[in-house]
Ligand binder design. Structure first.
Ligand code: ZN
Ligand code: ZN
Length: 156
């Protein structure tokens, strides 16, 4: 009995250590492997955080792995639809992309514009349901706004 649970623990930690490469993630999602898709997945994984498509074009250029704007947009579109990339809801006029991971919300700093992940208490969609509504709610997106820690420290 004890031995069994130890083996189970071992297996879990092994799975955790073994990080999937961009190539493996594309394959697992049944998405055709292309250079733009690999580059974008790698970039988002490495940098973390939230970036607009134009920022990604610029970052790729800085790394000498330039891609045409249209390829970046096309790749983001496919990757988002397949759940490998998430469109971070940070308010109107800002389409920001991030690595696809667990469902979460965002805090937007009104002073510097920083976008910070806020874990979702429920961790799955929808995490809020309205009263007195008989339609089908698929997701509820919450945007927190205020002053981030860095800006708050500068104010003091
Ligand atoms: Zn700030
Ligand atoms: Zn996020």
């Amino acid at each position: 009995m004890e031995k069994e649970s130890l083996q189970e623990k071992q297996a879990t930690s092994d799975r955790h250590e073994e990080e999937q490469t961009a190539r493996q993630r594309l394959r697992a999602a049944n998405v055709k492997i292309t250079r733009p898709r690999l580059l974008i997945l790698d970039l988002l994984h490495e940098l973390k955080g939230h970036y607009s498509a134009d920022e990604l074009v610029e970052l790729l250029r800085e790394r000498q792995t330039s891609l045409p704007r249209a390829s970046v947009y096309n790749a983001l579109d496919i990757l988002t639809r397949q759940g490998l990339v998430m469109l971070a809801d940070a308010g109107p006029g800002r389409a920001l992309y991030e690595e696809g991971n667990t469902w979460h919300h965002h805090f937007v700093c009104l002073t510097c514009g920083a976008v910070i992940d806020i874990p979702c208490i429920k961790g799955e969609k929808p995490c809020l349901l309205p009263d007195h509504f008989s339609g089908l709610v698929e997701e509820a997106q919450v945007i927190f706004r205020g002053c981030c820690e860095t800006c708050l420290a500068k104010r003091r």
